[in-house]
Design a binder for this molecule. Sequence first.
Ligand SMILES: Cc1cc2nc3c(=O)[nH]c(=O)nc-3n(C[C@H](O)[C@H](O)[C@H](O)COP(=O)(O)OP(=O)(O)OC[C@H]3O[C@@H](n4cnc5c(N)ncnc54)[C@H](O)[C@@H]3O)c2cc1C
Length: 356
Amino acid sequence: MIIVVGAGIAGMVATRRLSMQGHKPVWVSAAAPPAALGETLSERGVRFLNALGWSGALDATVALPSQGRFSVWGSAGLRTVQDEDGQGYLVDKARLEDRLGQWLQRDIQGAQRARVQRVESLSDGVRAVLDDGSVLQGQALIDCTGRAAISSDAQTERRRLDRLVAVWRVFDLPEHVQTLSASLVEAVELGWWYMSPMPGQRMMVALFSDADLLPESLSRDAGCWSGLARSSDAVRVRLESLGIDCVLDQVTPTVSAAASTLASCVVQGRILRAGDAVATMDPLAATGLATALWSGVQSADAALALLKGDAGPAHRYEKDYLLGLVHHLNSQHALYGMEQRYAGQPFWQRRHRPLD
Ligand SMILES: Cc1cc2nc3c(=O)[nH]c(=O)nc-3n(C[C@H](O)[C@H](O)[C@H](O)COP(=O)(O)OP(=O)(O)OC[C@H]3O[C@@H](n4cnc5c(N)ncnc54)[C@H](O)[C@@H]3O)c2cc1C
């Protein structure tokens, strides 16, 4: 029996994939409602959802078909970004997870609501100790617990590459306002802003910067955040045109971890990791959801093969993951390198250093 831990995208995909292959996994999910973040699901991610038979998940309550991406990056002008792969969707991540979770609960029998306290490797499998003291024993375990990465131990070093945080808020838009379903990214001295329309006439507004560079009062003082927004160009104009610039002062933003981290190994004996439990990636490239989808599928296939004594797929999974991460880090570095207007600012200096 394979245990899957985590109710994010990676955990649900791994569970779904295992049951599509005729396996009966035990899916352990903690009852922690996710935040209503507005995220971009790339076209690649949409293809993975379709392959899992979940294409119906992206209806108008969960996602908006993206009508494009705008950016102010490298120069002061507003540009449209062409994505060769297609435009993807602007999703409410909480609603997407809720939808998929309901479908999964309906389709599988082995769902268990609990927190896993720790994971222990056995000679022939894995033990998961739950927070009520009970124990689950399986032949393999897929750790999809995101940044918590509960299976990480002293042997699995998790390296943090930066101190990125998201300072964000979701706003209701006035009823009469119509907006293009297009995201906007704007580079500023402190980092970059992201605005993304969400289903239900809402707008996600986020500033990404390093934790140590932001004013200390930011999470307590809405005026501080709105002041930063007002000193931007394109974001300020869009906030004004949507009529939400006046409410910025009334709500304090939420600060969430968004730092890039890397685990030193993806597969460790009968423990396989997927999604953010392997690596958390800078959201600038919007690849996290697609990677969670891809790795959920791959880790499930690799776990099934391990049960049959075939370690080949697990080795390939680990290799492909690490190659993908190298590719991601290089493209990310090139993307940050395109913005040289603020090269003297700490946020940008840190990202312009050569990769080690
Ligand atoms: C601010 C921000 C913006 C982002 N924007 C984008 C974007 O636009 N596009 C994009 O593609 N990606 C984006 N990402 C990244 C993307 O959200 C993640 O890569 C993706 O959601 C990871 O999914 P996951 O399933 O691996 O992890 P998670 O979604 O973190 O799921 C982890 C799950 O594990 C559970 N869990 C944790 N500990 C335990 C435990 N001990 N026991 C049981 N369960 C446990 C949690 O409750 C949760 O259900 C963004 C990330 C951030 C922080």
